[in-house]
Design a protein around this ligand. Sequence first.
Ligand code: ATP
Length: 236
Amino acid sequence: MGDEDGRLVVDGLNVYYDRVHVLQDVGFEVGAEPVAMVGRNGMGKTTLAKALLGLVPAASGSVRFGGQELLGASPYKIVKAGIGYVPQGRRIWPSLSTHEHLVMVGAKAGSRWTVDTVYDVFPRLAERRDVSGANLSGGEQQMLAIARALLTNPRLLVMDEPSEGLAPAIVEHLASTLRSLVDEGQSVFLVEQNLRFATELGDHILVMVNGRIATDLRSEELLADEEKQNLYLGVA
Ligand SMILES: Nc1ncnc2c1ncn2[C@@H]1O[C@H](COP(=O)(O)OP(=O)(O)OP(=O)(O)O)[C@@H](O)[C@H]1O
């Protein structure tokens, strides 16, 4: 995991919604080092995550993963190729229990991830195994969305705003759990508005402005530069 084999290489990616040019010549790479993309609302981050998973069509460009071209492939094939997806808004089934969500995905043969090993990473989910999705807290739903993606045994985990709507203490807990996975070799591409979460998990930061990657820097550089934070994110 996280080796050159599982490298994501995005090049010249263009996406339109009707005539609106939402992603403009987007290019970046994700290897072993975790990468986070930040940007204000509506800049195109979710569209990018969806385009990587084949959920929105691209007009042109290339998305290669482990040397294989995935642009134009179905989401099913992309997940099978080793890209796991945690969508914005979590997408939990209200009437299914925690355990039902997990057994429905099941484990892949030979994978380190089984229902039991995801419960080891998220013990809170084991405690809440019989609780329905509708009755889980936001943080528990987020853990479940991540656990469900892990069961697909991803070489690369793409997460769209996992911190959204969660209390700071929960965000902190999520960041440290995800950081442990990264330290064990899990590759991660994170889309985030929460600068603290993004810089805690991502070593490398891409800033998206109006559908383009405006800059690309180390997380400590962005944290040390309030002017850039204000310019790109309006947070300082
Ligand atoms: N299905 C769609 N049809 C048309 N326009 C869309 C569609 N989805 C998003 N957009 C527009 O495309 C632009 C980029 O949206 P996107 O959701 O990718 O941004 P974002 O950076 O993820 O923002 P947020 O953090 O609010 O999710 C926005 O102007 C948005 O209004």
